[in-house]
Design a protein around this ligand. Sequence first.
Ligand code: PEP
Ligand code: MG
Length: 885
Amino acid sequence: MQTVYPFGGSAAHSDPRQKDKTIVGGKGANLAEMASIGLPVPPGFTITTEECVAYLNDGGDFSESLKAAALDALSHVERTVGKRFGDPGDPLLVSVRSGARVSMPGMMDTVLNLGLNDDTVTGLAQSSGDARFAWDSYRRFIQMYSDVVLGIDHGLFEEALEIVKEDNGFYNDTEMSSEHWQALVGQYKGIVEQELGRPFPQDVNAQLWGAIRAVFDSWDSDRAKVYRRLNDIPSDWGTAVNVQAMVFGNMGETSATGVAFTRDPATGARAYYGEYLINAQGEDVVAGIRTPQYLTIAAREAAGAKPLSMEEALPEAYAELARVFDLLELHYKDMQDIEFTVERGKLWMLQTRSGKRTAKAALKMAVDMVAEGLIDEREAVRRVDPMALDQLLHPTLDPEAERNVLTTGLPASPGAAAGKIVLDADTAEQWAGRGEKVILVRVETSPEDIHGMHAAQGILTARGGMTSHAAVVARGMGRPCVSGAGQVSIDRATRTLRIGATELKEGDAITLDGATGQVMLGIVPTVEPELAGDFGALMVWADKLRRMKVRTNAETPDDCRMARQFGAEGIGLCRTEHMFFEASRISLVRQMILAEDEAGRRRALEQLLPEQRADFTAIFEVMAGLPCTIRLLDPPLHEFLPHADEEFAELADATGLGVDHLKRRAAELHEFNPMLGHRGCRLGITFPEIYAMQARAIFEAVCAVKIASGEAPLPEIMIPLVATKRELALLKAVVDKEAEAVFAQTGTRVDYLVGTMIELPRAALMAGEIAEEAAFFSFGTNDLTQTTLGVSRDDAARFLSVYVDKGIFPRDPFVSLDIEGVGQLVELAAERGRATRGNIKLGICGEHGGDPASIAFCEKVGLDYVSASPYRVPIARLAAAQAAL
Ligand code: PEP
Ligand code: MG
């Protein structure tokens, strides 16, 4: 199997593996693709992800075949460029970059200017005719290589540079002369020697393999692991490595480097969008060190900015760039995120990929591209990440609300966020962990901050552009972000900050508007999102394409209304116990539980009946005409018991029983393993009067709604935690008896179904028999996962992340269904259920019903519907459509 793929120059680009991102990574595939359609790409080669995986599995050894193939590919680059690697007269320099299957911005390592040493630097000075550039490149290389490959703190180098600048009264790097850079190189080498006890490596081949090793190793860096966990990226993919001839954006005033998007990634507007810097190299733009300039005249004027746009400063290179933008969109039929360099007026493409975008932009672009004839409706539906819709369904700032605007930065990631100021990522995580809403405020963010960015409602940075780390990561996470708010100055020592004239301290509240860049004092009210427009259009297409229905898990009329607005087509799970926790009835529930005998229980149940009936009536009014799965009482009874002394005292008052007596009854109900204890249908089996009361309440409510409005919902009464057919048969008889009684009493009949949850492995295995009694199955995959894996859903958080990190589970199985294992039980139960009862209704109501990967599995198994919490309903609609494509 080929381990290395050359690209650019006379390379073939014909092996299908070179188009396959799983083999050569996203960056490698796109570089080859761009070269093959004739775009200006510096030549290079890609080492496959397979080699990374082999290297990591072999404990960090390169295979002989890899070494030979890489040398061969390097000579292809040398021939194409007409320079030799390590040639002291006119050296070839290369970049070494990671490139995983999906982009992981800033998570893994890059080394630029590789191939410089004390000899080649003078060759570079001569061949380029620019000694300043050569020494600047060498010092950049030492700094980057030392940081990435040798593990030396980059702050040491930055400090040395700051001192030189300060001593000379310089403000910008551009004021440094060749001699200054050369002197700094001497200092940098000294730092390396002092830190490592050996000199900076001068052998260019050792440099190359050191960098390749660092890129491979960076796949397993802590920050890459966190990123993978947050983004559900499997740990066994590995990264490819791209080694590519350097082109230089730092060769004077006709050179530049930039990043650009073919459309606006924040709004989706059809306008070239990006930033560039004259006389600068690669990472300068993204690192937020210098504030970049606009690409187009229009963008510069809109921002009222002075420095010339690229369109003005480098008109020819800009025209070429615009031509490339259009070619790329036509070729990839998607918005592209591009890195480019202009070396002495000539444009070079360093990267293209499908650009990250906000949900709003994803929607707008998908809908616009259908109108433009670039893609069809199916493709538009395929384009939008269902999880990204989450960003759109949440509130934005109330336009009517008063705003005390402290400053305005760049609108880096849309949405409104309000919370308490925190000044570092760990504090953000701690405060958020105790339930506080926080805004992370930093000078700029780095990959080390992602856990804090994730924990925060929003992110505010003082420095950095629209493509800075903070901006890119926040957009990806769907967190509102305001970047480059230059008026913000932070004093870490006193944990205070100043925004213009306002002094604030950690813990004070601010609000961000990521759509305008405004930073406001205090908490500004928000408004609900708009569900029409592009969102509505996409949902119409999705609904046409999907086969499965989408229901919601809800137990209040408000949630039901919200879910219907989001497109829910029924209730998939109404957890009736949630109604029992309400303050007005908890005392009655406790009386029922602590009753000594059936008569006592019945007395309490009689009083609960009207309350339950009112609950159901309110829900059925909202859901008239739709199927509603109502689950009878499920959790272990002791969950409802009083804990505090005053709660016992209250109950003693209500029941006339003594506190000691009540405490003893409560102690009697204690269970060692309540999740496997007296819960679910076992409650109904032992205390049928509880289920009878609930069934009666349901039927009385349905009949009342039917009589009042002429339209009833279809109640689907669901028995939880069934393991055997007989359990279900006994409880179905209880339900049927109540139904007949209510029909007789009200003089009206309604259709209804009785079915069961499949939550236990035995139920799945015996599904054929259970289906004789069940009109429907609803897969309760929360419990089914718990009982199949033998992992407690309430205690798993402590160890599951380690399991995911170690690749034992690809994802948290309580979030995304363990398709291999638990999935088999679902599939088997569906088959056996259908074999008994051809028209049995099948659905899923565990958390997995809102998870796109699990939804795709449900489609494959042929379930009739999925059910998700209200905010997840649109996500499920889109995911169900994608699954059906
Ligand atoms: C389940 O077990 O999947 C389920 C939906 O029920 P609950 O989460 O209420 O146990
Ligand atoms: Mg359950």
